[in-house]
Structure formats: structure tokens, C-alpha cells
Design a protein around this ligand. Structure first.
Ligand code: SF4
Length: 737
């Protein structure tokens, strides 16, 4: 094992044992709550489209919006400072504190100030700084970093927090319950807020037309920080600007549902600073004069000050980067973290960089801290795509991760053994690509060779010294069973056998797409798919077509994936021209056709292929809906437990499989885990094997007592084989005559 892989595996193992068990149940529960909130909110999808369109337009118009915002804030009596980078922003805030003779400062939760490391700068400037969000307060006391962008202390247990508070504050009665701790923190922090000279907040949204801002919280502390001290400093990224309050609606509808499953947060503060609230003198017995509540803005001549620090810190470059720009649409709800199986297992201290965590963190880290920070954890995104459904602004988070992986590949130093394969490997990648990536990214070539030499290739691969070498040099974990290559491929089998439905008798004609696994390894599921389609009077063709490019794409080998996409389209175009449907057994290949090819092919070609393509059970469902009889198919076992592939879930394919199995007489129970943990090559990698198995445990628990378990994806089949023992079939194998 290379020392780097060894360190990575040890770090992950540590988190699996320590923080994962604490953070996992909490984020999984938020994930379930998000599903429920989206279900309750009929306009969920349409509102996401609306929010996405607003963000796209706002980022396109960003320079103009910054200037408009500056004018609005200044007209209201505030000051705007656009900080180029973290040092610039920190200098502005610390100098401001110095000018005002500020000794104490209170803060509400802000990931942007975490990004700047503002607290360190304030400490260096001798300003006593207090985090007032409960979670941030805890991690400030513990001197740790946030483990989740919304719940910074999710990795801590109640007992740990109680110990921390008791050790720090030595209360008369030790704090034990959540209620006692919350009451203590509220009183303690309330006191700090009353005494503070400066209040720093972030901003969820800032509105250029009026200079107003929105704070969305559950604790109410942000509003207190904004309106209690004499000076309010709002520090926020430039991407948070929206044109006007008119655009706020979709976001207030979405942000809490996505983040926590709440229909709306407990506190949504919409105000135009400097606020109309008077500066409070807590020592005075005089009644508070709230002034004229109908006044449009605060009294600009009063003694309250407002500074808006707009942070660039790499965002302008992100805006100009066609691939990273989407990151700026992020509203920091954390739903992508909550929906991510790997995040659920290790939390943000594993799946995160210098500041940000979760799937979108790769984009943020690459943009604001640089590629090195993004590269620390980028491999933990397996491209399962569950976050795509979760994201309220429909950011293609897996694609951002793929792009960053591709850039990291291109920046890499050549591997020690690179000279052995560079120039010989059939990919489009430059020198420097890690050997394991080349291996996994060129799986089709390997499978072809393995099949041509089977069964010798399988015996060889099982040999101890070979496995040891593969682990050492290629990072393939020796605990994972390797694929068993079949000498007779699906295409060869079909060539010999030929179609069994004549053109005259056929209701439809279809191409069964032979993805690399179905063609070389899981040949039986391909044969079953052919038989099932033919039973429904479909004339089937199984042409020789290249693999979809999923394998290279998962390694960040975009040029190679693009090359595959062009070959696949060239191989299938004549069939599409002949009005044949394209039927796909492997959901990750279908996801390539329906999602990723948009980025790899000309728009017209991508659209034609996507429109013509169906997952095999989806296709069977369509045939049954159009007059086909389930009697033509085999009767499946009475009870079937079915796990849908993660990308199949994102494409909403699960209902078709369930409907077909039920139509054929089975009772179906489905799993509710987001991903099996295998995720293509991920579960083979030595650094991630334990994480992969850990993620799979929940699925294994759900299905442990089920007599018949089926799955739709190669990875899920392999993972369930490993977790449950025995062979887990594809669902089509249960209905094929
Ligand atoms: S990428 Fe989307 S889901 Fe993730 S934090 Fe940002 S807005 Fe939320």
C-alpha cells in the first residue's frame, strides 16, 4: 500500500469509528425530512427551476448588481467594501474594529467567515470574538472546524458537548440535558451580545435594488447580532446578491425544506440595514423608543453603523470558468451532504476541504482555496448523483467533481510506473495519470483481454501474489472479489444465436446495448434481457458498440469518456435512424446517455440518443402497458427485495421495476438507502474499501432476512453479493422466460 493510500484509509477508518456514527443518523434524518418536505410542497420542482433561473441571471449580471447594491447601501447610510481575498476582508474588519475601539464582537454562523478565517484575524487583533450560533459556539470552544455547512457540531455527542461546557464554564450544577445546555448557552451568549461593540453576520441573500438582506436561521441569534451592537458588519460572498426582494420568494420556499425539511425556518429576518431598531441601553430604565416603525430605512444620521463586506476571494474567476460557475448558484443548504452516502458515513471532516464539506465542497474549495484542497477529498464523490435531486437549485454537483478530478489528473506528477503504460494505454489522457485511474478508466480494454483469456485470466487474478501486486501497485483492495470474465461474450452469444423474433412478427425493434459488464462479466443478465424482450415480441439486435465511457468519466478522464461517447453514438445512430429503441441493462450506462452525454456530444446527437434510450425494466413496463401480457414472462419469486441503483433512482426508474415485478405476481419490498456504497471502481480501491463496506451495511441490514434480493446495477449486485453472500440477480433475470 502506498503510504498516501495507507494514511487515507487510516483517516477514514478513524472517522468511521468516531464521527461517522454520530453524524450519520442526524444527516440521514434530515435527508428523510427533505423528502417529506418536498412531497408536501407540490411546486417543489417548478420552484427549483425558478430559483435556478434567478441564480443564473444574477451571476451573469453580477458586476452590475454589485454596483447597484453599493449605491443602495450607501443611500441607506451604510458602507460597502468589496474584498479581493481573505486577507483583504480580514484587514477591513479588524481595522474597523480598531477604529471603533471595539473590544468584543459577536458573530452569527457564517461559512464565508470560516473561509476567511476571520476569527483568527480578530484574535490576532485582540478582539474578543464570540460565536453565537449554538453549533458554532461548541466548535469554537472545542477549537475545531465545522463538520457540516449547516450543522457545524453534528459530529459531537450530547455528552461531549456537556463535558466541554462543564469543563469550560464550571457551572454550579453540571449541565446534562440538551435543554439545560441550550438555556445556559442562550443566557451566556445573550450577555455577550448585549455587551458587544460589533456584531458580525453573514447573509443568506442581499438585494441590490434596496440594499436589504435576508438572514435565515433557527436560533434567532443572527438578527440579535445584527441589531444589538452599535456596529453591524455583514460579511458575505458576492454570489449572494439577488436583484431585488421580488426574487426572494422561491429561495425562502426552498432553503429550509432542502436543509432541514422544515417548511420554513424559525427565523427569516428581512431588513434594510442600518436597521430601524434603536441601539439598546440595557442599563437604562427608560422605555425603549422604537421610533417610526413605518420609516423606510433607518435614520442615516443615527449612531448605528452598517458595513457590508462583499467577498470575492476567487469567485470572479469561478464566474468566468464555464465549469465551476455553477458552484456560485449554491445557497448553502447542505442537502447535498445529507443525501450523500459517503458523507453520512464519515462526515465533513473526511468529506471536506479547508472550509467546505460535502459534494459541492469540491467546487468551493477549488475556487476559493485551490486545487490542492479540493484534491484532498474529491475522490469521495462517487458520482452516484443522489445530490442532483436534492439540490434546490439543480446544480450538477457530480459533474463539478468530475471536472475537478480531470484537472487534478492533468496537474499530477507522473507516477513511478507511468512510463510503462504512457503511450500504450488506449485513452486520451496525458502523462501523469495515476496507474489505478488508468486501470479503472480503461476497464473495457481490461475486460476484453480478461474475456479473451478466460478462464486463465480469472485463475491468475485469484492468485495471492497477483492480488498482492495489484494492491501494492494499483491500489485494488485484495479483500474485494474481482469480476469473473466470461469467455463467451453477450455479443458473441447473440451473433451465434441470432434474433428469435422475425421482422414480420415484431411489435417493435430494439437494440440491446451491451455495456462492458453485461458483455464480458454479467452475461446472464444480458441473455435474460434478450429473452424477456423477445417474449414480448420485440425483435432484438445486439451490436458491437463501445462501452459508455462511465468508467473513464468516474476517474475524471473526460477526454476519454468523450471519445467513448462519440463511438457509442456512431455505433447506435444507424439503429436510431431505423427507428429502433435502445434498451440498456446497466443504469449507469443509461445515465450516461440521458445526462452526461449532454456534455460530451453535440446537442442534437445527445438528444436523439437520450430520447431513444430506455432502461430494460422501463422498456418491459412500456410493452406491458401497450398490450403485452405478463403471462409471456416468467413468474418471479413470491416476495422480492429490490435495491435500485443510485443513478437509476435519480432517473426515477425504480417504479418501473416494481410495477413489472408486481404485474408478474411478486410482492416487492424496496430499500431506502441512497447508494449501496460500491459505486463502480470506488469499492475496489484500497483506500476506500472499508468505507464502501460500511456504507453497504445499512442495505445489508435492510435485506438480511429477505429470501430473494435483486438489484439493477452492476455495483449493487457486486456489493450485495459481498454483503449477503450468494449471487444477487438483476431484476430482469427474475422475469425472463
Ligand atoms: S450544492 Fe445545492 S444542495 Fe449542496 S449546499 Fe449548495 S444549494 Fe444546497
Amino acid at each position: 500500500m502506498s503510504s498516501e493510500r495507507k494514511q487515507k484509509a487510516a483517516h477514514i477508518r478513524h472517522l468511521l469509528e468516531t464521527e461517522g456514527p454520530l453524524i450519520g443518523p442526524k444527516v440521514s434524518s434530515k435527508n428523510r425530512d427533505r423528502y417529506a418536505a418536498a412531497e408536501r410542497f407540490e411546486a417543489w420542482d417548478g420552484t427549483r427551476d425558478e430559483a435556478r433561473a434567478i441564480k443564473e441571471a444574477a451571476i451573469a449580471d453580477l458586476p452590475e448588481l454589485i454596483e447597484q447594491l453599493r449605491e443602495s447601501v450607501e443611500a441607506n447610510g451604510g458602507t460597502v467594501y468589496v474584498a479581493d481575498d481573505a486577507a483583504d476582508a480580514n484587514r477591513y474588519v479588524t481595522e474597523l474594529c480598531e477604529e471603533q475601539g471595539a473590544e468584543t464582537l459577536v458573530k452569527s454562523k457564517s461559512m464565508t467567515t470560516e473561509e476567511l478565517e476571520l476569527n483568527d484575524a480578530l484574535e490576532a487583533a485582540d478582539v474578543d470574538t464570540y460565536e453565537t450560533d449554538l453549533g458554532e459556539f461548541v466548535i469554537q470552544l472545542a477549537d475545531e472546524s465545522p463538520s457540516h455547512i449547516v450543522g457545524p457540531a453534528l459530529h459531537k455527542s450530547r455528552e461531549e458537548i456537556a463535558d466541554l461546557l462543564n469543563a469550560t464554564f464550571e457551572p454550579d450544577e453540571p449541565l446534562e440535558t440538551a435543554e439545560e445546555m441550550t438555556r445556559f448557552a442562550r443566557d451566556y451568549l445573550g450577555e455577550r451580545i448585549r455587551e458587544a461593540d460589533v456584531g458580525v453576520t453573514g447573509a443568506n441573500f442581499v438585494f441590490a435594488e434596496s440594499g436589504s438582506m435576508a438572514l435565515v436561521t433557527n436560533e434567532g441569534n443572527a438578527r440579535k447580532c445584527a441589531v444589538t451592537p452599535d456596529t453591524h458588519v455583514a460579511v458575505t460572498g458576492i454570489e449572494k446578491i439577488l436583484p431585488s426582494v421580488d426574487e426572494f420568494g422561491p429561495f425562502v420556499d426552498l432553503i429550509s425544506k432542502a436543509a432541514t425539511g422544515q417548511d420554513i425556518s424559525r427565523y427569516v429576518s428581512l431588513f434594510t440595514p442600518p436597521t430601524a431598531s434603536p441601539t439598546l441601553d440595557f442599563e437604562s430604565d427608560e422605555p425603549i423608543d422604537f421610533g417610526d416603525p413605518t420609516a423606510e430605512t433607518d435614520d442615516p444620521d443615527g449612531d448605528r453603523a452598517f458595513h457590508l463586506v462583499l467577498v470575492d476571494n476567487g469567485r470572479t474567476e469561478m464566474r468566468e470558468d464555464d465549469q465551476l460557475r455553477e458552484t456560485l448558484y449554491c445557497i448553502r443548504c447542505g442537502a447535498c451532504s445529507n443525501s450523500c452516502a459517503n458523507f453520512q458515513a464519515v462526515g465533513g471532516h473526511g468529506f471536506g476541504g479547508e472550509t467546505y464539506s460535502g459534494g459541492i465542497a469540491t467546487g468551493w474549495e477549488a475556487g476559493v482555496h485551490g486545487m490542492e484542497s479540493a484534491g484532498e477529498f474529491n475522490d469521495l464523490c462517487t458520482g452516484c448523483s443522489r445530490c442532483v435531486d436534492a439540490c434546490p437549485v439543480k446544480i450538477d454537483i457530480p459533474w463539478i467533481n468530475t471536472v475537478v478530478r480531470d484537472r487534478l489528473n492533468r496537474d499530477a506528477d507522473p507516477d513511478t510506473f507511468d512510463h510503462l503504460v504512457d503511450g500504450l494505454s488506449p485513452d486520451e489522457e496525458p502523462s501523469g495519470l495515476a496507474l489505478d485511474k488508468r486501470l479503472f478508466g480503461n476497464f473495457e480494454r481490461l475486460a476484453k483481454l480478461g474475456s479473451a483469456t478466460a478462464p486463465v485470466s480469472n485463475w491468475l487474478a485469484d492468485a495471492g501474489p497477483v492480488r498482492a501486486g495489484m494492491e501494492r501497485f494499483l491500489g485494488v483492495d485484495r479483500r474485494r472479489d474481482l469480476p469473473r470474465f466470461r469467455r463467451e461474450t453477450l455479443v458473441d452469444w447473440f451473433d451465434d444465436r441470432g434474433p428469435r423474433v422475425s421482422s414480420d412478427d415484431a411489435d417493435r425493434e430494439a437494440v440491446l446495448y451491451p455495456d462492458a459488464y453485461t458483455n464480458y462479466v454479467l452475461v446472464d443478465r444480458g441473455k435474460a434481457a434478450v429473452r424477456a424482450l423477445e417474449a414480448l415480441d420485440v425483435r432484438v439486435h445486439v451490436p458491437r458498440v463501445r462501452s459508455s465511457g462511465r468508467a473513464p468519466l468516474s476517474q475524471g478522464m473526460i477526454s476519454t469518456a468523450e471519445d467513448h461517447a462519440h463511438h457509442v453514438y456512431a455505433g447506435l445512430a444507424e439503429h436510431i435512424d431505423a427507428r429502433r429503441d435502445v434498451v440498456v441493462v446497466e443504469p449507469s450506462a443509461l445515465a450516461m446517455f440521458e445526462r452526461e452525454y449532454e456534455r460530451l456530444l453535440a446537442p442534437k446527437s445527445a438528444e436523439r440518443l437520450a430520447d431513444a434510450s430506455y432502461e430494460v425494466m422501463e422498456y418491459v413496463y412500456g410493452m406491458l402497458e401497450n398490450g403485452g401480457s405478463p403471462d409471456a414472462l416468467a413468474t418471479p419469486p413470491e416476495a422480492v427485495a429490490y435495491h435500485s441503483h443510485c443513478q437509476g433512482r435519480t432517473l426515477d426508474l425504480e417504479p418501473y421495476t416494481v410495477a413489472v415485478l408486481e404485474a408478474c405476481g411478486a410482492t416487492v419490498r424496496t430499500s431506502d438507502v441512497e447508494c449501496c456504497g460500491m459505486a463502480g471502481s470506488f469499492g475496489y480501491k484500497e483506500a476506500y474499501y472499508e468505507l464502501s463496506m460500511d456504507v453497504g451495511e445499512e442495505l445489508a441490514d435492510q435485506f438480511a432476512d429477505e429470501p430473494v434480493v435483486a438489484a439493477s446495477g452492476t455495483s449493487c449486485q457486486e456489493q450485495l453479493d459481498a454483503l449477503l453472500g450468494g449471487e444477487v440477480p438483476h431484476a430482469v433475470e427474475l422475469i425472463a422466460p
